[in-house]
Design a protein around this ligand. Structure first.
Ligand code: PLP
Length: 498
């Protein structure tokens, strides 16, 4: 009903935003306006000024995801019953048990072993999960550098724990890490400057340079957290070429006592694509991620549940507990149970039942239903890539193949070449990065596209020039319809203006 009030355009009209802005009361009213008046105000003046990541099928900015109808329904149930999922109280509410089931189902969907990945919790998003990842990494690397009976950061604080362990610096090594990783480094007291890019140069900057990684890990009195981008937000590409490379990185992390974290906010879901030649290269890029110590994923992107929903997984539930335990609150104890109280393994105490929409989506669609949605998204991204590739007016960017780099590392990729030879753009997941050939058009390209208000894209920079980025993450993808719309808009904007 609410959505009927909105248009299906990717952006509202400028006039609707102006109307909405003009309608905002200047300050807190002394006497309330009343629920009815405010309800009408919301529906008729504010809703028309909202943008369309959910209502439109063609909102391709950032990686926003949409909202599946069952997720929307479940989210209304969450609000209607306002469960506080903080302490596991199985005699009083089923909510923590459902949350646990949702996390288990998610782990299974991702092809991870649910016995191995027992540290798991829902977060507000991937940024929140990256904060958990670096906090766990920080705790673990200092422990690994300490005498076995030494207390960790959770107890002693960063400064004291580092001094006792003889650590002078903690660094975060990554290739094209998401901006939220820098924020997370600041939040957990490592500092944004601690994040070092060890990408493989201008050809494949999203890939970790293994030689450089080894040299950094060897530094004396330095503890390291390694973060794999899976995938990278500008290009959709992955920091590793597959299982063998992940194993190399794992071995290096073990040797030098580093923590291995994966930021897989959206790219992680490439693990759920069908086992067919069409997706073999992508599946290879995300294989081996199970060797990590911890993984970040987003719910509100690819799972198409409402904001705020992400998740954090770790194989070291003890580390998670040492960081996040809510100590000395006996009244919050849930006794011994296989389901941990969420307040001991994450940031918040009181928190929303954000697991329910995830539970609802996974139960409604199952493994095959999710794979079908993800398949449509990849096919649309590849269809758009084909159009851009064939067009003399556009350049498709970040297309370097993985094989040369992996071959250097002595990794055999011949099985991949056999299976995906006939697949166009085998490494394209859900992101398409491109620019216009004509510099003048290119500088204005994002504005021109978004000014049509029929589709929305984000701007970025690539190789020093403005570039345009399409991210396909809604369940609403209809390949034929959307390919026609997107190519139509891309043709139209070449002709000048919108
Ligand atoms: C979107 C994204 C984030 C941040 O996620 P939020 O859910 O917006 O907090 C982090 N890492 C990657 C790779 C992302 O794509």
């Amino acid at each position: 009903m609410l959505v009927d009030q909105a248009t299906n355009d990717a952006l509202p009209s400028r006039a609707a935003i102006d109307r909405g802005t003009a309608s905002l009361p200047p300050s807190l009213p002394l006497t309330g306006l009343g629920e009815e008046v405010v309800e009408t105000h919301l529906l008729t003046e504010l809703v028309p000024a909202f943008n369309g990541p959910k209502t439109s099928a063609n909102y391709y900015g950032f990686v926003t995801g949409g909202v599946l109808p069952i997720a929307e329904f479940a989210d209304h149930v969450v609000t209607a019953f306002d469960q506080n999922v903080s302490v596991h109280l199985p005699d009083q509410s089923i909510s923590t048990v459902v949350e646990d089931r949702a996390l288990r189902a998610l782990v299974t969907l991702l092809g991870l072993d649910d016995e191995a990945w027992q540290g798991r919790t829902f977060t507000t998003g991937a940024t929140g999960a990256n904060v958990l990842g670096l906090a766990c990494g920080r705790e673990a690397v200092i422990q690994k550098h300490s005498a076995s009976d030494e207390l960790g950061v959770g107890e002693l604080g960063l400064l004291a724990a580092c001094m006792r362990a003889g650590i002078g610096e903690i660094q975060v090594l990554t290739a094209m890490g998401h901006s939220s990783l820098y924020k997370a480094a600041s939040v957990v007291g490592l500092g944004r400057a601690a994040v070092k890019d060890i990408g493989s140069g201008p050809e494949q900057p999203w890939k970790i340079d293994i030689g450089l990684l080894q040299r950094e890990l060897q530094r004396d009195r330095v503890a390291s957290i390694v973060v794999i981008s899976a995938g990278e937000v500008n290009t959709g590409r992955f920091s590793t070429g597959g299982a063998e490379e992940m194993q190399q990185i794992r071995n290096l992390c073990d040797k030098y006592k580093a923590w291995l974290h994966v930021d897989g906010a959206f790219g992680l879901f490439a693990r759920c694509l069908p086992h067919t030649p069409e997706f073999a290269a992508l599946r290879e890029s995300v294989s081996g991620l199970e060797l990590a110590d911890s993984i970040t994923g987003d719910g509100h992107k690819m799972l198409n549940v409402p904001y705020d929903c992400g998740f954090f997984l770790t194989r070291s539930s003890s580390v998670l507990f040492s960081v996040f335990q809510n100590p000395n609150a006996a009244y919050l104890s849930s006794g011994s149970s296989s389901v941990p109280s969420p307040l001991n393994i994450g940031l918040e105490n009181s928190r929303r039942f954000r697991a329910l929409p995830v539970y609802a989506v996974l139960m409604a669609y199952g493994r095959d239903g999710m794979a079908e949605i993800f398949t449509r998204q990849v096919r649309l991204a590849r269809g758009i890539s084909q159009f851009l590739h064939d067009s003399p007016s556009y350049t498709l960017l970040a297309q370097q193949q993985e094989s040369s780099a992996t071959a250097e590392e002595g990794i055999n990729t011949s099985h991949l070449e056999n299976t995906s030879k006939s697949v166009r753009f085998p490494n394209t997941h859900i992101i398409v990065l491109f620019r216009a050939e004509d510099d003048e058009i290119n500088t204005d390209l994002v504005n021109r596209i978004n000014a049509t208000r029929r589709m929305y894209v984000s701007g970025t920079k690539w190789e020093g020039k403005p570039a345009c980025r399409i991210a396909i993450s809604t369940w609403k993808v209809d390949i034929v319809r959307d390919l026609k719309l997107v190519t139509g808009v891309l043709e139209q904007v070449l002709k000048g203006g919108s």
